[in-house]
Design a protein around this ligand. Sequence first.
Ligand code: ATP
Ligand code: MG
Length: 571
Amino acid sequence: MRWTQAFIPTLKEDPADAEISSHKLMVRAGLVRKLTSGVYTHLPLGLRAIQKVERIVREEMDRTGALETLLPILHPCELWKESGRWDVYGKELMRPVDRHGRECALGPTHEEVITDLVRREVRSYRELPVTFYQIQTKFRDEVRPRFGVVRSREFIMKDAYSFHEDEKSLRETYKVMHGAYTRIFERCGLKFAPVHADSGAIGGDVTHEFMVLAGAGESEVVSCGCGYSATLERGETAPEKPSGKGVELKPLEKVHTPGLKTVEEVAKFLKTEPSSLIKTLLYEAEGETVAALIPGDRELNEAKLRRVLKVDLMTMCEAEAIEKATGGPLGFSGPVGLEKMRLVADPRIKNVKNFVVGANEADYHHVNANLERDFKVNQFADLVVAEERDPCVKCGKPVSISRGIEVGQIFELGSKYSEKMGAMFLGQDGKERPFVMGCYGIGITRTVAAVIEQNHDSNGIIWPLSVAPYQMEVLPVNVNDETIRTTAERLYEELTGMGFEVLLDDRDQRPGFKFKDADLVGLPLRVVVGEKAMAEGKVEIHVRRTGETMRASTDEAPGRIKTLIEEGKVS
Ligand code: ATP
Ligand code: MG
């Protein structure tokens, strides 16, 4: 491709709305342009990188035996009502209404649509297992679209769905997909880790997220040297060893705490530590009001609570609901006297004696509240957001928390969707049973951004060879110099003829300008045809990643490049 015929609108300045490197560089290198919030146009160069990732994904999916299909983007609302997700998915689900007033959904994921297909078409265990996949545009009306294509409202995803006779078969395919995902992200040149995750609105219990390690990532990962790793939503840590042993239990007292609602305010007023308070948080969980108790200095992890309560829909109670359930206003809830309600507590509260808790009455707290004596808990479960240096659940050593970009997730769904949607097959015993399912997603456009997030320097992108829009650039420093121009043209023809994807910067621009663009666009190899080296009949071969530069005669250059690539010197 000749630059003069290409469309690569590079920019000197970072776009004002870009916070992270990949977003800045994708705009500056002419890969994407924003249409509106969370919606991007992929320009020719960006599309080539997307297609490279797609090719890797297709090859690895085909290798697993998964079958490529293309499902509709527009879904009738009935399917989503059948699965129960019409209500659960919330505002992220875009819901257009057609001319007949029928509500529809723009697919954010396709469990419903594929389950509908399979319940109609697949009858017997003899046709199982079967896995379908597609690469397609998805829609999610994200609360906070940001970071360019990392979190957009319209994006390209590869999604796959597997159908099985039983759990054993599902587990086999899950393992195969785990392997395929590992190869895909390795081939994309990413440093990543599969981590245990929470299944959110998708459902199921066994699930891994593939995290690209990056400081700018939105996801947090809890990990330990012993090998334990999980997303922050899922990550468990062990409670510290109890310290309250031998402490004398003092009598329960009600104290006046006028207008003091936050943990910090109350602790300061009572001259104690936030860790001596218990936060009592009320949630509405599918029709039941539940109280969650955690130490005052910790944050509640809603994903964990949702899992403990085994519900999909759970919202924090508003002031009015709190008043109704406890008799006291928001900010003054406490477990004493809440016998009617289910109390779920984090085991860390066992460590403290003589707590401060709300008294379920305006402007009052209880001091010296004690577990068992003053209130009872129905269930203990890890409920807090893990923190750096908490003891690891596996080995007890302090965990660390790092950031990553989730590029893929795989789920063992089980029969959640098939049961709800009546998707049945005839088993070997002649009995009907629901399909056992798995699902597997990769954010294609997010993966391209993650590649850039991990592969760049202050001058621009450093494309891994496998996903680079072109493998190399031929850069004549002066196109008005006959020898330089014809040499560059010849090299371009020769390299292209060898099967390489080559970009020729044939623009009549100053060398400095062209070099800057070459660094920004960041193709793995650059062949510079310049005056000095040409005087000796040579050109310069430059490796973008290492900065290594070598000279070769114009005749030898194509062979040298081929060898560099074949020997893995360019990655
Ligand atoms: P997140 O937690 O980041 O919102 P998710 O867990 O909801 O993502 P999945 O349902 O697992 O996403 O979708 C599969 C893959 O699709 C994700 O691993 C991610 O790579 C990609 N993806 C999800 N949401 C977006 C988005 N808004 N923009 C770009 N890619 C996305
Ligand atoms: Mg996910």
